[in-house]
Write a protein that binds this ligand. Structure first.
Ligand SMILES: [Zn+2]
Length: 188
């Protein structure tokens, strides 16, 4: 089997004497035909055409187990409503078709949750796992230690919260706060 040669914009594909520039290729002033995009080199000897087959990477949709970064938009009694900002699974980006999702209270923590306001506040940046994708929406979970708030803001002055010895405190006014924090909580 012939190994496909990967090229990048500017890579020479052949000479202008041998080939005309086909798809995703151009004739350079130095007399070579070069690639205009990333992809596989495709030389059509019959038609004397040098082309590049573009790499099309299909982005799969969200599914159970995907990890999302989201911002808390509304804290209700039984759920947190969030807007998803980015998603991935096993390091590959995932497509967010509808950015709205919820964290149901029973998915929020391993511990008993009295008030969701003790775990999350509007504006917090949260990392969560997709627990379920249904026709009605996406349920997220922050039960595991690596999930939860990765960036929180002071309810009094909106200053960023920093972690001091497992205790969140506002950098600006010193107000202590509680959250369900992720082990990935951003330190600065
Ligand atoms: Zn503050």
């Amino acid at each position: 089997m012939k190994v496909k040669e990967l090229v990048v914009p500017g890579s020479p594909l052949g000479t202008a004497e041998e080939f005309v520039a086909g798809d995703n290729a151009y004739e350079h002033v130095d007399g070579s035909v070069r690639a205009t995009s990333i992809g596989f080199k495709d030389l059509d000897e019959g038609n004397h055409e040098a082309r590049v087959q573009r790499l099309t990477r299909e982005v799969k949709p969200l599914e159970r187990g995907s990890v999302v970064k989201c911002v808390a938009s509304l804290i209700k009694e039984k759920m947190v409503m969030v807007e998803m900002l980015e998603a991935s699974k096993d390091g590959e980006p995932r497509q967010i078709l509808n950015s709205f999702a919820t964290i149901p209270v029973f998915n929020a923590s391993m511990r008993f949750v009295e008030r969701l306001n003790d775990l999350f506040r509007v504006g917090d940046i949260i990392e969560a796992k997709v627990a379920e994708v249904t026709p009605y929406g996406i349920d997220l979970s922050t039960k595991e230690p690596e999930f939860g708030v990765i960036r929180g803001y002071c309810v009094k002055c909106r200053g960023p919260l920093q972690l001091f010895d497992q205790q969140l405190k506002c950098v600006a006014c010193g107000n202590p706060e509680t959250r369900k924090i992720s082990t990935h909580y951003l330190l600065t």
